[in-house]
Design a protein. Sequence first.
Length: 451
Amino acid sequence: MFVDGAFYGATAQNLAEGYGNIWQLSPTQNPIARPFFGHPPLVIWLLSVLMTCTNNAFWTERLFSIFCLLLLIWGIIRLWKITNPASTPASSWLIGLLWLMIPINLWAYSQLMLENLLTAAVIWSISFGIKASLHPFKWFKYSLLASFWLIIGTLCKGPVGLFPLVIFGSYWLVFRSISFFQMLRNSLVLVSCLVGFYVLLYLGSVDAAHYFSTYFSGQLKGSLSGSNNINPNRFYVLEVLLIEAVAWWILALLYLVVRKKPITTSPWFWFFILLGLSASLPILISPKQMKFYLIPAFACLAIAMAHLFFPIIQHWISLRKTPPTKVSYFVFHGLLLASFLLSISRYNGYARDKEKIQEIEKLITTIPPQSKVIMQSNKVDYIAEFYFVRLGYILVNNYEWQPNWEAERANPTPYLLIEKDYHSRFEPYYLPDTSSNKQLRIWNLYRPQKQ
């Protein structure tokens, strides 16, 4: 698993076992580890609730990802029906197919990324925002629901979940079926609910106020200033949009070649293009740019491309003897079956870190649960620390033991793991576990010498 997903799993497991709370998170129960303030805590907290229900089963992360995926599929089907009422819900297979053409999407759901729930939340926020624009007598109800999902999105990943704030502005710009005043009024509900929620949270909980203050001053400010992680290519987001979606651009080129009539695009195409750009272009502000940051944008752009291609596909299907409805249901359920079979085929397999996980599985037969371990290596191995927590309830620390040299000498940690070919100054004070080390390829296991 990608290091971020492994981190979320380990932190959620600690929370499920009663270590800390939603505003005091840590990937390890080792007392010298720093608390985590890197992202809003909603996803980790929800995952910890699910782990409590499944008794920390090893497949809990996959189950959580499936829930996020089903919530996204449900939202997309609902959104497609709203924006294309003449079609059947099953015809939303086109969006699913276009979405699957983006490699980073499938990768994210296999790696427990925060963007999984964030994407579902923004799709539902957009859905209710559109309904607020289409139903003037129920605008307040639907604006409140859009606000709810907007808040959920920000509690998943912070400011990157704010782009649904432009729903009503984009709708007014493209359709002009609502007045400028209605656009401002509906947008004001979104902003008021969002600001009101966080003001109440700050005033109502000292721990929450401290958490978000630390998050904004540390993670968010560091990302914007470039002190956390700098991508030398400041236009990396645009590069990803072009490369990841290359299949879309090929289809669009074929669409231009095959289509004989003048091209007429649905207004919904432009609406979702605006939303996709609103979800991606603001990332250019930050020197920290990662490919998976664009996952919510790709969901919006997939819906836009579906509105572009659907008329010609519908025309092509109508020329066949098979009714369009049957074709839609066949493709829709075929995609669902293919996704299910793909999940089954990877059951109990290793997507990455196979050798490391297998070695950790050997070590946890020797090291009892809740044991404290110091790990030393040439390069800090955070993901191994998280695997030890998740697989064996072992409290590993590999980055803050150096300042505690005197304390370690006085009260040695029960186990020491040293990467092979790494020379540790602790090694003379520990004895190698010869029987275990014969079976290990990455680390050597040591125990303290008797005083």
